[in-house]
Design a protein around this ligand. Structure first.
Ligand code: AMP
Ligand code: ZN
Length: 484
């Protein structure tokens, strides 16, 4: 249950701007306004991307747990993001369209739907608003007009932002400009390496699937402009928290900040706290869509895992730590989730959740809240939840009430997930569950009658169908489907 703000420990969050923990002090008392950079929908999001949304969702859930009224906005970038975060390369959407023979609009619709399905699997709460970039283009043009005179200059290729016109450009990145220089392709006429496109003109004689008329010619908005415009339109300036993956700390967010400062005529960066999740990596480097061969939620599900096992993987680590993905790690997280679901379903068989957790559970809720209030220490919060679940001689209804409150913050769906939903069940499996259960019943009878020959034969029959019988499994799972 949400607790009142006065009686509890203050929420501290790591602000990438200051590289320090800071108490959360909302711009509007009692409210939390959060903007999260969303996907570029030219391709599937991989499980590394999903870490960014599990993080943003855990932040949102924590804010609600602390009693704040949350307004969360996530954008869908369906135009303007180039193949490099700096101004180099092609527009990712146009490139995907050219390669697939589909329209950029169809591609955006398809991958947006895929993305939202993955979020649903992971119990990521729908934001109050999805902002779709192409729906804000007129607002982007107005915004660009308002900063063009003082902060921008026009070249043949587009309208560029002059980063020396705002205070302290790049403070968020903390990178000496030369660190970024190597990555930025030189654009003819650019005054400074870090200057970036606000508007990109369609080159003469060419046309794009997604283009609009503007005072600087036909073309498309720059990717950084989109987030400044959509966040200010939906949350007002300044708002509370801006999130994204750590790669955005280097170019995308410094550029958003520069635009916010120019537009608001203020040194304020636009959001009070900038938060970044670290990367999920697969052994030989970070997961990038352009590298190919990346792992998606669908692959986890096809291998028989429940999607929430991946949410558990994320919660076990601190969002600011790099996280290495492995199938063994996923399996271990899955077992941990199963144990919790088993405990909760045991409790549910005895009682309904009570209205309040009661005095015995109160210290656990306090420790749980203290952990989350310490820059979202979900790893510790999880262990507190497990301790509470294991408490002996405690009223089941009160325990369920406490676990439900904790789970609302962590999003593991513990009160509704059923044990049957958590069986390992690879896509390739052909045998029906009813058939497995029938054979297992026969086998139990054979064992009861000490007919071990029949029992072993039935076991072999199941093994031939890919079913592994797990006698003595401490989780009491009885069987699982193997790889084939
Ligand atoms: P993109 O669609 O590339 O704009 O990425 C969507 C979100 O995922 C952004 O917040 C990125 O910073 C984040 N992201 C990209 N790759 C990873 C990764 N390997 N691990 C964690 N977050 C990532
Ligand atoms: Zn953004």
């Amino acid at each position: 249950m949400a607790r009142t703000m006065t009686e509890t420990v203050p929420l501290k969050l790591f602000n990438s701007l200051t590289r320090q923990l800071e108490p959360f002090q909302p711009v509007h008392p009692g409210e939390a306004r959060v903007y999260s950079c969303g996907p570029t929908v030219y391709s599937y999001q991989h499980i590394g991307n999903m870490r960014a949304y599990v993080f943003a969702d855990t932040l949102g859930r924590t804010l609600k747990f602390k009693g704040y009224a949350l307004r969360h906005v996530i954008n869908i970038t369906d135009v303007g993001h180039l193949t490099s975060d700096a101004d180099a390369g092609d527009d990712k959407m146009e490139k995907a369209a050219a390669q697939s023979g589909k329209t950029a609009w169809d591609i955006a619709a398809f991958f947006t739907a895929e993305f939202k399905r993955d979020l649903g699997w992971l119990k990521v709460t729908d934001p109050a608003k999805w902002t779709v970039a192409t729906e804000y283009v007129p607002a982007m043009i107005d915004y660009a007009k308002s900063i063009a005179d003082k902060h921008c200059y026009e070249l043949d290729s587009g309208l560029y932002f002059d980063v020396t016109t705002v205070p302290d450009y790049g403070r968020l990145a903390r990178a000496a400009t030369d660190e970024g220089e190597g990555r930025i392709e030189q654009i003819e006429g650019k005054r400074h390496q870090a200057d970036f496109a606000i508007w990109r003109k369609t080159p003469p004689g060419e046309s794009r699937q997604m283009e609009w008329d503007s005072p600087w010619g036909r073309g498309a908005p720059g990717w950084h402009l989109e987030c400044s415009v959509m966040s200010s339109a939906e949350l007002g300036m300044p708002f509370d928290i801006h999130t994204g993956g750590i790669d955005h700390r280097e170019i995308h967010h410094p550029n958003e900040i520069a635009q916010n400062q120019a537009h608001e005529c203020s040194a304020h960066t636009g959001a009070t706290i900038w938060m970044h999740n670290n990367f999920l990596k697969i052994r030989d480097g970070k997961m990038s869509k352009s590298e190919g061969g990346t792992v998606r939620m669908q692959h986890l599900v096809d291998a028989g895992f429940h999607p929430l096992a991946y949410r558990m993987v994320c919660l076990q680590a601190h969002y600011r730590s790099e996280l290495e993905f492995s199938w063994e790690g996923l399996q271990a997280a899955f077992v941990r989730l199963k144990r919790l679901v088993m405990t909760v379903s045991g409790l549910r068989a005895q009682a309904e959740p009570a209205d309040a957790p009661g005095a015995r559970l109160a210290p656990y809720l306090e420790r749980f809240e203290a952990a989350l209030s310490d820059d979202l220490n979900t790893a510790v919060a999880l262990t507190v939840l497990e301790e509470a679940a294991a408490l002996k001689k405690t009223d089941s209804g009160e325990k369920l009430a406490a676990l439900a409150a904790m789970d609302r913050a962590l999003g593991l769906d513990l009160l509704t997930l059923r044990r049957e939903e958590l069986r390992i069940r690879p896509k390739a499996a052909t045998i029906a569950e009813a058939e497995i259960e029938a054979i297992l019943t026969q086998r139990k009878e054979a064992r009861a009658a000490k007919d071990f020959a029949t029992s072993d034969a039935l076991r072999d029959e199941l093994a031939a169908a890919g079913v592994e019988v797990m006698d003595g499994d401490p989780l009491g799972w009885d069987w699982k489907l193997g790889e084939g």
